[in-house]
Structures are given as C-alpha cells and as structure tokens.
Design a binder for this molecule. Structure first.
Ligand code: HEC
Ligand code: HEC
Length: 207
C-alpha cells in the first residue's frame, strides 16, 4: 500500500518538475473568443454548460484545457460528439481557445447535504490510507481549483454527472489518454461507486 503512495507522490513531483521546466506558452484570449462559436451549443457561450454530461470548461486552467484539446483533436481522448470538430484548428487556435475559457469563471453548484457529503469530504481531504486512496486535494487543491502550473484540472463547481462519468471512465479504462490520465486510472481503481457518488456530491459545491 505504501508503495502506491510513493508512486503517487512521485507522479505529482514529476508533474510539477515537468511543468516548471517547460515554459507554458499562453494563448490570446481575444482571438480565442472568435473561434468558439461552434462550442457554445454544448459548453455554453462562456464555457458554463447547462447540461450535466457536458463539462463546464469556464475558469479551467489553461494548460489542462490546451492538453485536453490536443488529445481530443488526435482522438487519443475520443469524444464522439466532438469528432472532427477540431480538425481545422491549428495549435495556435487551440492555445487561443484554451486562453479564452481559462479567462472566464466557473459557476458553482450545490452539494446535497446528506451522509454522502461526509464521506466525500473525508476522501477528498484525507483519502483512505488502508485502501490506497490518496487525498484528492494533494493535486486538485483544498478548494478544488486544481494546479495550474502542473496542468492538473480544477474540479470545484463541475457538474456532478460529468464528475461521475469521468471517474467511471478512468476506472473502466475508457479514458486512458496518456500519463496524466494514468494517474487517475490508478486512483479510480480503488474507488467504489459509492465513493465516486460521494466525492462528486462534495466536489460540485467546493470552492
Ligand atoms: C455536441 C456537443 C459538444 C460540442 C459542440 C463541443 N463539445 Fe467539448 N465536450 C463535449 C462532451 C460531451 C465532453 C465530455 C466528454 C467526456 O465525457 O469525456 C466534452 C469535453 C470537452 C473538453 C474537456 C473538458 C474536461 O474537463 O476535460 C474540452 C476542453 C472541450 N470539450 C472543448 C470544446 C471546444 C473548444 C469545442 C468547440 C471547438 C467543443 N468542446 C465543442 C461536448 C461538446
Ligand atoms: C497525483 C495527483 C492526483 C491526485 C492525488 C488526484 N488526481 Fe484527479 N486528476 C489528476 C490529473 C493529472 C488529471 C488529468 C488527467 C487527464 O489528463 O485525463 C486528473 C483528472 C481528474 C478528473 C477529471 C477532470 C475533468 O475535467 O475531466 C476528476 C473528476 C478527478 N481527477 C478527480 C479526482 C478525485 C476525486 C481524486 C481523489 C480521490 C483525485 N482526482 C486525485 C491528478 C490527480
């Protein structure tokens, strides 16, 4: 069990080193605003989608957004409804689009105040040593804002449906797009469906 912890700690260290050693080139948010008309139908005009299965991307960190856009474009992360949508986007376009959404703010949701909130908070803040579950806040921050330097995504305020479906996709091996996804593939293996429900309930109201 302890080895799993060491493994996870080394993941975050490698991530942070990688982030600081490679200077991240930011995009042009104003230019990005001209390139997102086609995205609004699902993600909302500012990136705050109204539908639970369509992730909110407003206020998400730029590095994470840029990395995901590249993965989605090459279909390493396959998203059926976005298939082909990014074909005409150059790397610069993807940077601009990422900058545009990163400059907006994510709207908050509300956690249900029930038993699952207690479990969700415990797992998020402390994890479960016995079961090899690390605390989520080590990488996603205590307030859910993620780690913009390392490109670890913000989670606070995200739709519950999307949080659940993405944790299940990591767990089932459907989302295996590269070394960062691998971190979550490992962690989600140890989460039961009850844990996932509880964590997601806690995270929607986290800020
Ligand atoms: C038809 C609906 C639809 C359209 C149009 C669409 N998306 Fe998506 N997008 C989705 C869905 C659904 C997902 C999540 C899929 C999953 O569950 O992994 C997603 C995921 C994403 C993600 C990853 C979010 C995360 O938190 O990992 C980004 C970034 C993104 N979309 C950006 C865009 C951009 C930019 C455009 C316009 C060029 C766009 N999308 C157009 C439906 C859409
Ligand atoms: C060692 C660092 C680390 C820890 C600990 C960690 N995560 Fe992650 N998480 C990541 C990274 C990196 C990604 C982006 C993976 C990718 O590119 O697909 C991610 C992605 C996610 C996503 C998908 C976000 C999106 O917008 O699609 C969710 C949900 C998530 N993590 C939840 C959790 C939960 C819940 C925990 C605690 C049980 C946790 N994470 C612990 C690093 C971590």
């Amino acid at each position: 069990m302890f080895r799993i912890f060491l493994l996870l700690i080394s993941f975050s260290i490698i991530g942070a080193e990688k982030a600081s050693s490679v200077n991240f080139e930011t995009g042009d948010s104003n230019a990005g605003a001209q390139k997102v008309a086609v995205c609004a139908a699902c993600h909302g005009t500012d990136g705050n989608s109204q539908v639970g299965n369509w992730p909110k991307i407003a206020g998400q960190n730029e590095r994470y957004l840029f990395e995901q856009l590249k993965l989605i474009k090459t279909e390493e992360r396959y998203i059926d409804v976005m298939k082909g949508l990014l074909d005409g986007y150059s790397e610069e376009d993807l940077r601009d689009v990422a900058a545009f959404y990163a400059n907006n703010s994510m709207t908050m949701g509300q956690s249900a105040d029930d038993e699952s909130l207690v479990l969700g908070k415990l797992l998020y803040k402390i994890g479960d040593y016995e079961r090899g579950i690390p605390s989520c806040q080590a990488c996603h921050a205590a307030n859910g804002s993620g780690n913009s330097l390392a490109g670890y995504p913000a989670l606070g305020g995200q739709h519950k449906e999307y949080l659940i479906s993405s944790l299940l996709a990591y767990k089932n091996g459907e989302r295996i797009s590269g070394p960062n996804a691998y971190i979550m593939n490992q962690i989600s293996q140890r989460l039961s469906e009850e844990d996932i429900e509880a964590l997601s309930n806690y995270i929607i109201g986290l800020y």
